[in-house]
Design a protein around this ligand. Structure first.
Ligand code: HEM
Length: 206
């Protein structure tokens, strides 16, 4: 891919991720009420806070891990941010699975969010395993897949208002988006890894 295009996409992704992450920390501001449809989630206490806090952290940290300069200059920083990212993605994903089981949006949304949780926890864990055994080229690919799924949190918050602007029924759109926010991302990530990324070996950090 043209480096200007990939840098531009990275910036759009990074800025939108940071914005949505910061907005998601609002659950820790006691003055801001939890929307009724979410407090009705049978698993909201305490998992909504575990999930929103850790989900937001993975979204906030993820983009910087793909900056080659940071990886090359400060491999230890990359390693520590990576550990926090993986912890947040895995524990936040497990909390997401619990929330999926308690959603008030019905079986389609339960299945969409539930499968997203299982797939994203598995992918993040595999990415961590590959780094631990020094298979850095594959590690980078699996972490790319992982962030493509985490980025679904941004897309969900873009698609929902879009669906409302199009006059679609909220619940119908919500159920569809529980799948549309992540399945296409995984397909696009796979196509990118196969056809567009530069497949160069990553040297083991000193
Ligand atoms: C990766 C897998 C993820 C899964 C499976 C997942 C699943 C869920 C589920 C099931 C709910 C409750 C929905 C309901 O009750 O109808 C929820 C809400 C929420 N999630 Fe996630 N989520 C994921 C990633 C993220 C990420 C990366 C963030 C980062 C911002 C995030 C932030 C939130 C927030 C803030 C809420 C509360 C609703 C809102 O304010 O929009 N989630 N998530």
């Amino acid at each position: 891919m043209n480096p200007y295009v990939s840098r531009g996409l990275w910036w759009v992704g990074a800025v939108s991720s940071v914005l949505i992450a910061l907005v998601s920390y609002r659950y820790f501001v006691p003055a801001i009420p939890v929307p009724p449809n979410l407090s009705a989630n049978a698993m909201a206490h305490p998992w909504l806070w575990v999930h929103a806090g850790l989900g937001a952290t993975s979204l906030l940290l993820g983009p910087w891990q793909f900056m080659p300069r940071v990886r090359a200059r400060w491999p230890r920083v990359h390693g520590w941010i990576g550990r926090i990212y993986v912890f947040s993605a895995i524990v936040g994903g497990i909390a997401g699975l619990l929330l999926a089981s308690g959603t008030t949006a019905g079986p389609i949304a339960r299945a969409g969010f539930g499968l997203l949780a299982i797939v994203s926890v598995g992918i993040a864990a595999n990415g961590l395993r590959l780094a631990m055994v020094g298979r850095y080229a594959e590690h980078r690919e699996w972490m790319f897949r992982s962030f493509a799924l985490i980025f679904g949190a941004v897309l969900l918050r873009v698609y929902l208002p879009l669906a409302q602007a199009m006059g679609l029924d909220f619940m119908t759109a919500y159920r569809a988006i529980s799948w549309l926010a992540w399945v296409p991302n995984l397909i696009v990530a796979e196509l990118y890894l196969r056809y567009a990324s530069f497949r160069r070996p990553i040297p083991r950090p000193a």
